[in-house]
Design a protein around this ligand. Sequence first.
Ligand code: PLP
Length: 285
Amino acid sequence: MKHTTIIEPFRIKTVEPIHFNTREERNQLLKEVHYNLFGLEAQQVIIDLLTDSGTSAMSSKQWASLMQADESYAGSQSWTRLQEVIQKMTGFPHVFPTHQGRAAEHILFGLIGGSGKPFISNTFFDTTRANVEASGATAMDCPVDPSTLNKDEKRFQGNMNLIALEEKLRTSKTPIAGVVLTVTNNSVGGQPVSMSNAVQVKQLCRVFNIPMYLDACRIAENAYFVKHHEPNFINYSAREIALQFCRLSDGVLMSAKKDGLVNMGGFFATRNAQLQKQFQNALIL
Ligand SMILES: Cc1ncc(COP(=O)(O)O)c(C=O)c1O
């Protein structure tokens, strides 16, 4: 068998000590929180498999930028730089930074959600579902069933189940208020979504005249999968593929702690001028 060693083109120099506990202590702690892992304190966990969030190391340049940040009350250069990067990445003119992805979700669903409105996703991430439901709306998942996929489709087990989506769009007594495509699909094991699936989701949204939003936490990784496993995209860069995903959507939510490779932050970006005004007002209030 041929082994390939990938030499990472960077050095990691930061060391953060972790607290060790014994198996008996862990068993006791689990009992005390009634086996609900959300009841544990972070320092009681040695290896945290709950999330991929904020697990990437920041580069020396990122840390240096933090020190050089312009904290001016108005017209900050750091904001302008961030805005330009997000505009370039998403192709959207309107950008709203938030402290985490869940804060962007909270504002968005506070605006577009509300009592009894149904939303559909390939799978809502838990914070997204919580924010949809907190607004009074309902969240429905339509993931593909991996056992029904052929060899090529198996690469994209994060896809939306198009048959289930169309059926819900056609038969829902209350019109579907929006669709959220999560790329990659974190809650089904971080599986990627194919571009052809995203295009078909968009086509259905067009037919039923409903907005499509992207939860884009792992959009770079997803673009990598598209480039390497969807024959039509082999000659496109990951950046071009990511932009194409954004173009299909009406707005992008992102927790930048994932493919943004930062230790905290998130944003919402959109081309929708009405939503831009509402978002702005919500942030000012
Ligand atoms: C797909 C997805 N959406 C939303 C979020 C929420 O982001 P944050 O933790 O920055 O609030 C996460 C975080 O794990 C996520 O993976």
